[in-house]
Write a protein that binds this ligand. Structure first.
Ligand SMILES: [Zn+2]
Length: 461
């Protein structure tokens, strides 16, 4: 439900005035009815990390009476600034941040062998892992990613270190110790028993951090790097601990052919995961580019979500996912950077490339069928609310509904060294223009403040 334009009793929950942070200005967010709703001159109250009320400024005196705060406690956003929900990156490889922006010259399977495996194997060194993981969490927070769904590596201690760093720096995260007991050189491989034992240890250790915002996620790298016994036991673990699952599927044609060869008799790639207990409503499936009808039906039936990674798909030339078709098929879709198949850790880049990828279908790939390209409004929805749905967090984050946690960004279009300009004399940008300029041209210089669960994580106090 929206519940924002028409304040009612449901739009408030009671929080003592002393515990409230109140912002006044323009809010933008996605709802079920609007991919990008702009609410000018509104107030939003945050108490105990959650959104306590959202209402037009005309309601301010009623809100003061109801919640017992003072007018001077209301923080006015600077003219032109606006609040938006934080970005949800549904698929990112934290160790690959080290070589992001390089190694962009090979397709998937050669890229894995040439670049990925050698770099990921270095994360056995906890000192190196700590350095790199600190960089990736700091960088993604800086560019507004308040929730990230991370792949780590096969190393359990380094993977736990990533979870600790996310918890310490205040990012909401799923963290996965990668599982691979085949299809990798000996120096970066585990036995089936080690993989299961270390994954169980990892799940328990992450839970012992007692940080509700950081959770373990079962992470079979993809079907080619896992034996059937490993996948079966991972399915059992997912069930036992009631944890999320993430993996890759239908990314490149070579990969799909190899999966069919390795797992004959299952029919298709999605059914391989399903037969091993890895396909349910807590499963996040990266890519889903080349899909058979049966796979779409199965994924929809199981309630799994799709992490669309357009930057990666272009960069390592895996294909161009038909985003409009996935949405029309009724699949849950979020956006992802897929660092470092995707060269950028910014969800702004993922949004822009999602729009371009959809236009590519309109221009050349539809075989004469009508195709309505996805526009920036919808990309915004997918990068925020859509991602929260894919990760099963839409009751907690994704937009500014009352009761959700306050994961938010303050955007400053007039920031020093802003990569774009706003005009308010002679030529006047509307608020829609300014929002669009930020989404197309903005970067971390425009992301003045970042909040996760009501706590400011950029700049840190
Ligand atoms: Zn990936």
């Amino acid at each position: 439900m929206n519940g924002i334009n028409k304040p009612s009793n449901e739009d408030h929950f009671s929080v003592n005035g002393n515990d409230l942070q109140i912002f006044q200005g323009t809010l933008i967010h996605a709802t079920n009815d609007h991919p990008l709703l702009i609410l000018e001159d509104h107030v939003i109250g945050v108490g105990q990390g959650k959104i306590a009320f959202v209402a037009p400024s005309s309601e301010l005196s009623n809100l003061i009476d109801r919640h017992g705060f003072q007018q001077n406690e209301v923080r006015q956003l600077q003219k032109g600034n606006f609040l938006m929900p934080g970005f949800v990156d549904t698929h990112i490889h934290a160790p690959q941040y080290v070589y992001a922006g390089t190694g962009t010259d090979l397709p998937l399977l050669s890229w894995l062998t040439r670049y990925t495996i050698p770099v990921e194997s270095k994360f056995k060194d906890l000192k190196f892992a700590s350095l790199a993981y600190n960089d990736v969490v700091e960088t993604t927070l800086k560019v507004g990613t308040t929730t990230a769904c991370y792949y780590a590596t096969i190393h359990k201690h380094a993977s736990l270190r990533l979870a600790e760093i996310a918890a310490n720096l205040g990012q909401r995260a799923f963290v996965g110790k990668v599982n691979m007991d085949t299809f990798s050189p000996d120096y970066y491989l585990e036995t089936t028993q080690e993989s299961i034992r270390d994954t169980e240890w990892f799940i328990e250790q992450v839970r012992e951090l007692n940080c509700p915002r950081v959770n373990p996620i079962i992470t079979p790298r993809f079907a080619l790097s896992c034996t059937s016994p490993l996948m079966t036991q991972l399915g059992v673990l997912a069930d036992k601990y009631d944890v999320h699952i993430q993996t890759h599927i239908n990314e490149s044609l070579d990969e799909i052919a190899s999966v069919k060869e390795k797992f004959p008799g299952y029919g298709n790639y999605a059914r391989v995961y399903d037969a091993h207990g890895l396909m349910n409503n807590k499963t996040v499936l990266a890519h889903c580019i080349h899909m058979e009808d049966d796979e779409v039906s199965l994924i929809k039936e199981r309630g799994a979500g799709v992490a669309h990674c357009p930057c990666s798909n272009f960069t390592i030339m895996s294909g161009v996912m038909n985003l409009r078709e996935r949405l029309q098929q009724g699949l849950k879709v979020g956006l992802a950077t897929d660092v470092s198949g995707g060269y950028s850790s910014s969800m702004l880049v993922a949004m822009r490339q999602a729009v371009i990828a959809s236009r590519v279908h309109s221009i050349s790939l539809t075989d004469g069928k009508e195709h309505i390209p996805v526009e920036y409004h919808e990309a915004f929805r997918l990068a925020t609310l859509g991602g929260s749905e894919v990760l099963g967090l839409s009751d907690k984050i994704g937009n500014f509904e009352v009761g959700k946690e306050f994961d938010a960004l303050i955007i400053d279009p007039h920031a020093a060294n802003s990569p774009f300009h706003v005009y308010d004399t002679l030529y006047t940008d509307t608020i829609e223009d300014i929002v669009q300029k930020f989404l197309y041209l903005g970067d971390d210089r425009n992301i003045a403040e970042v909040y996760v669960g009501g706590e400011r994580v950029k700049p840190r106090t």
